[in-house]
Design a protein around this ligand. Structure first.
Ligand code: ATP
Ligand code: MG
Length: 265
C-alpha cells in the first residue's frame, strides 16, 4: 500500500532516556509525529520539554533509545534547512544589536545552500512572504531593538518561516505577548499547518492557547503522562496529580502512561 503524505513520520522517538548533569530528565519516551500534525507540549517547569526538543534536534545526546528525524538519525546534516527552531529565549535579542526586521528575517535563509539558479531570488521572495505572514511587512525597516515583545516574537517566527523548513518547533513563543498578538500568532501557526502542510510543535504554558490551536497535546513530566486530543486533556490540576500515579481513568482513545509503567530503573 502506498504511503500517503500525511502518513509520513517526521519525528520518531522510541524508549528515550536523557540525563542532564547526571540527573535523569527524560525516561521511556515513545513518540511519533507525522507530517502535517500540530502538536502542543505542556508540562511543569523542569518537566523536560526543552530537553526533549534539544534531543530531537541532535543538540543533546540520549543515554538510551532511538530518535529519528525524517527517517534518519539526528545528525544535523541530515535535516539541515528542514527544521525551523525558535528557542525559548529567541526573542531576547540584545537591544544593542542594530538590525532591521528584514535583516533578521533574512538571516533565516543563510544556512540554506542554494544550488538552483534562481536561489537568491527565491530566498528574497521567501523573506517577503515570511514578513507578510507574520504581519511584519510594514515594520521591515524598523530596528529590532525598538519592537514590542509581541512584534519581536513575530520577527523570530518570521526568521524560522523564511528558512522554508517543513517542521517548525517553537519553545514558548507566547511569553511576553499580549492577548491580541497571541491570537495573531496562533492563527498564523494554524494557517501554516492547514494551508502549507507544515508540521508544528508548540511548547507553551498557555493551556488555553494549546487547547485552541493544537490537534494533539502531550503532557510531559519526565515521561509522557498524556498524549491525546486537547479536548480530552484532563484539567491542569488533575494533570499535576498525575505525577507518580499508576492508573488514571481516561477515555480509551487517549494513551496515558507513567514512567513506572515503562520500566523505571
Ligand atoms: N543546561 C543544563 N544543564 C543541566 N541541567 C539542566 C540544564 N537545562 C535544564 N536542566 C535540567 O533538566 C531538567 C529539565 O529541564 P527542561 O529545561 O528540559 O524543562 P522544561 O520542561 O523545558 O522547563 P520550562 O517549562 O521551565 O522551560 C530540569 O531539571 C533542569 O534543571
Ligand atoms: Mg523549557
Amino acid at each position: 500500500m502506498k504511503e500517503t503524505d500525511q502518513d509520513q513520520s517526521v519525528i520518531s522517538v522510541a524508549d528515550l532516556f536523557v540525563s542532564r548533569s547526571g540527573k535523569l530528565v527524560l525516561e521511556g519516551i515513545d513518540l511519533e509525529i507525522k507530517k502535517g500534525e500540530f502538536v502542543g507540549i505542556v508540562g511543569p517547569n523542569g518537566g523536560g520539554k526543552t530537553t526533549l526538543l534539544l534531543t530531537i534536534l541532535g543538540v543533546l545526546r540520549a543515554d538510551n533509545g532511538k530518535v529519528e528525524v525524517f527517517g534518519q538519525n539526528t545528525d544535523p546534516s541530515n535535516f539541515r534547512g528542514r527544521i525551523g527552531w525558535v528557542s525559548q529565549t529567541a526573542a531576547n535579542i540584545p537591544t544593542k544589536m542594530r538590525m532591521t526586521v528584514k535583516e533578521l528575517i533574512t538571516m533565516g535563509t543563510v544556512s540554506q545552500i542554494e544550488l538552483r539558479r534562481n536561489g537568491q531570488e527565491e530566498k528574497r521572495a521567501r523573506v517577503e512572504e515570511a514578513m507578510e505572514l507574520t504581519g511584519m511587512s510594514e515594520l521591515a525597516n524598523k530596528d529590532i531593538g525598538r519592537l514590542s515583545g509581541g512584534q519581536r516574537q513575530r520577527a523570530v517566527i518570521g526568521r524560522a518561516l523564511a528558512s522554508n523548513a517543513e517542521v517548525l518547533i517553537f519553545d514558548e513563543p507566547l511569553v511576553n505577548v499580549d492577548r491580541s498578538a497571541r491570537n495573531g500568532i496562533l492563527k498564523l501557526l494554524d494557517d501554516l499547518c492547514h494551508d502549507q502542510n507544515k508540521t508544528l510543535i508548540l511548547v507553551s504554558h498557555d493551556m488555553a492557547a494549546i487547547r485552541q490551536s493544537a490537534h494533539r497535546v502531550i503532557y510531559l513530566d519526565g515521561g509522557i503522562q498524556y498524549d491525546g486530543h486537547p479536548e480530552q486533556l484532563p484539567d491542569i490540576i488533575e494533570l499535576a496529580g498525575l505525577r507518580g500515579i499508576d492508573h488514571v481513568h481516561a477515555p480509551s482513545s487517549v494513551q496515558i502512561s507513567t514512567p513506572s509503567e515503562k520500566g523505571d530503573e
